[in-house]
Design a protein around this ligand. Structure first.
Ligand code: NAD
Length: 239
């Protein structure tokens, strides 16, 4: 059995998620080694705490890696997907706000490489999604509203997680309405409200620390290495 650490490329490395990924990977040196940290602009210094940084324009020249973990922005998504397909390496992406064309490219790439794209890497949201699907199926005709709250720096709205929850409710035919709040440093809250005549159910998930997403993404990255090509879900790789 190969016990060497999983060699990671972190794409979006200077961001809030990228920095959490690098810190958590460093806490588990037997499990992970960050061999390339990629940011939009050329960084200075080039090496920080033993991690080599590269600009997005240098992506083609990064060293060999086992898995790429991408938490960047939609305009960074095409180049990292193309690099992974070219090198035949797995991709874990949590970048939200990607277009329909980019979603189609993801589905297509699943025939070539193992990959996971998910709007949320927390176990709690995986369970919430399942609960929403079941509640929507049991409550036909009820109004379904999703209220999501995030920090003021978040660019896309509704959040990718809200859209995933909406799809789960919509699979039972519900028309879903969304509301987005951007305030302070909220890590991520999703409330799914089912309203009937004279009664209401609220299912709520609150993330209090972004490490929950980074930890989930690292776990998925270690599970994806060595798998056959395909589009995997987080829940396929939890064990
Ligand atoms: P951030 O703005 O703090 O960081 C973005 C990073 O992307 C920066 O390092 C920036 O240099 C890099 N970047 C931007 N454009 C790039 C490009 N063209 N090429 C390469 N790198 C580029 O954002 P964040 O809060 O860290 O979030 C990053 C992404 O992850 C967002 O899409 C966010 O919605 C998403 N997110 C997903 C989850 C999840 O569980 N799926 C959780 C949190 C955040």
């Amino acid at each position: 059995m190969d016990t060497s650490p999983t060699r990671l490329l972190i794409h979006g490395a200077s961001g809030r998620m990228g920095q959490a990924l690098i810190r958590l990977a460093a806490e588990q040196p037997a499990g992970y080694q960050v061999v390339a940290a990629v940011t939009r602009r050329a960084p200075s210094p080039r090496v920080v705490d033993g991690v080599p940084y590269f600009a997005a324009s240098e992506l083609a020249g990064v060293p060999v890696f086992d898995v790429a973990v991408d938490f960047s922005l939609p305009d960074g998504f095409d180049p990292i997907l193309a690099l992974c397909v070219e090198r035949g390496t797995p991709l874990v992406s949590g970048t939200t706000g990607i277009s329909d064309r980019q979603m189609a490219a993801l589905a297509h790439a699943g025939a070539r490489i193992p990959l996971v794209w998910a709007t949320n890497f927390s176990l709690g949201v995986a369970v919430l999604t399942d609960l929403v699907e079941r509640a929507a199926a049991a409550l036909p005709g009820w109004d379904v509203d999703i209220v999501e709250s995030h920090h003021v720096h978040k660019k896309d709205a509704p959040s990718g997680t809200a859209l995933t929850l909406g799809e789960a409710a919509g699979s039972a035919g519900a028309q879903v309405h969304y509301a987005s709040l951007r305030a302070g440093d909220i890590v991520g809250e999703h409330a799914v409200q089912f309203t009937g005549l004279g009664e209401r159910i609220e299912l709520v998930h609150r993330a209090t620390h972004r490490d929950v997403f980074a930890r989930g993404a690292l776990h998925v990255a270690s599970k994806l290495a060595g798998r056959p090509a395909g589009n995997y879900r987080v829940r396929d790789l939890l064990d």
